[in-house]
Design a protein around this ligand. Structure first.
Ligand SMILES: C[S@@+](CC[C@H](N)C(=O)[O-])C[C@H]1O[C@@H](n2cnc3c(N)ncnc32)[C@H](O)[C@@H]1O
Length: 339
């Protein structure tokens, strides 16, 4: 029997055909693997274009089976890993699933902790504090675990286009027990309202429903290198619109080292389209931490303006330079003129 949510997703996909372009809903890396007739092992998901219900969740989570490297101090990561584990155990219980993840702390737990810690690692002005979040290419929905537990005064938006991932996200978000507004449940009345706290779930093809100047962070973890360039440039342009001035795009992936889907230089695109690179630690890829974390900020005009030397300041500097060269004569001439 087809899963009811999966059926509903297919119906809306059909109804929304005017919004849908093949490149917008493509997962190019997986399409390439299908063409090469590659298959994952049995305990991992096999068909990303079907969602079969709760049993698909442990399959997806088993993707995180390796033990991930970590250089961050345990006093920072441990409380987050504990919280993440507690939430996931409760989710599994609610869904009637057996929790069987012996290395949870070193794989899912540490990944969740890193993606909460890195964007919040250093102090920022209050206007840049992260409240409203978009998670683009959300996997089984794992970023909502810590972000919705830690941030109470914001909204969380999960975005995806792939039936299996989208179905899992709906399941995981619901099981987290926070208010959930899913476009697929009711497209006609779906509206993102930052004053109505909770989790919003939106398919990629309805990016037009992201409000302007609203978000503090867009997360793209292990996703951009797997997508085509047209999709990335379209979404980054939309995220620029949806972010507040000074809002961040947080990326963690293997950048140009592993880029199976596209030829795009995402960093060059962001630098040319209104973002500035604020944070990229000088670390050993996969030795210190998995992937390369980067924080790009949407340029805030007020910040930019404050750092430009005005004509007035330039003139003042010129007078001071001449005064220095002439051993203070300019100053004494001015003093005499004033008298
Ligand atoms: C490797 S997974 C990463 C998942 C997640 N960010 C994480 O770190 O756990 C790639 C994700 O990109 C999503 N994706 C693929 N094509 C997409 C598209 N066209 N629009 C949005 N998301 C897409 C997949 O469904 C999947 O959730």
């Amino acid at each position: 029997m087809t899963n009811p949510f999966s059926k509903r997703f297919a119906e809306i996909f059909e109804k929304d055909s005017r919004f849908i372009k093949s490149w917008l809903v493509a997962w190019d890396y997986q399409l390439g693997r299908n063409k090469r007739k590659l298959k994952y092992s049995e305990e991992l998901p096999s068909d990303f274009y079907a969602f079969n219900g709760a049993g698909d969740l442990p399959k997806w989570m088993r993707w995180f089976m390796e033990k991930y490297t970590d250089y961050l101090p345990e006093e920072l990561t441990k409380p987050l890993v504990d919280l993440s584990l507690e939430n996931d155990k409760q989710i599994f219980q609610k869904l009637g699933l057996e929790f069987d993840f012996p290395n949870y702390r070193q794989n899912i737990g540490i990944n969740n902790a890193h993606d909460y810690l890195l964007p919040t690692l250093y102090p920022v002005p209050e206007r840049n504090r992260i409240r409203n979040v978009i998670d683009f290419g959300a996997g089984y929905g794992r970023q909502a675990n810590l972000w919705t537990s830690k941030v109470k005064d914001g909204i969380f938006v999960g975005m995806d286009a792939i039936p299996n991932s989208y179905g899992l996200q709906n399941l995981y978000y619901k099981a987290l027990g926070k208010p959930l507004y899913d476009y697929i449940d009711d497209p006609a009345s779906f509206r993102i309202d930052p004053s109505k706290k909770g989790i919003y779930h939106l398919p990629t093809w309805r990016y037009d429903l992201l409000p302007d100047n609203t978000f503090d962070m867009v997360m793209c973890v292990q996703v951009l290198p797997e997508l085509n360039s047209k999709l990335i440039s379209t979404m980054m342009t939309q995220f620029h619109r949806a972010l507040k001035p000074g809002g961040m795009v947080y990326i963690r992936d293997h950048a140009s080292v592993w880029k199976p889907a596209g030829k795009m230089d995402v960093g060059a695109f962001l630098a040319d389209n209104g973002f500035v690179l604020e944070f990229q630690p000088h670390l050993v890829l996969d030795g210190d931490i998995h992937g390369i974390p980067r924080i790009w900020r949407k340029i805030d005009p007020a910040v930019k303006a404050s750092q430009v030397q005005t004509l007035e300041l330039k003139k003042k500097q010129l007078v001071e330079d001449i005064d220095t060269l002439t051993g203070g004569r300019i100053k004494s001439v001015f003093k005499k003129l004033k008298k």
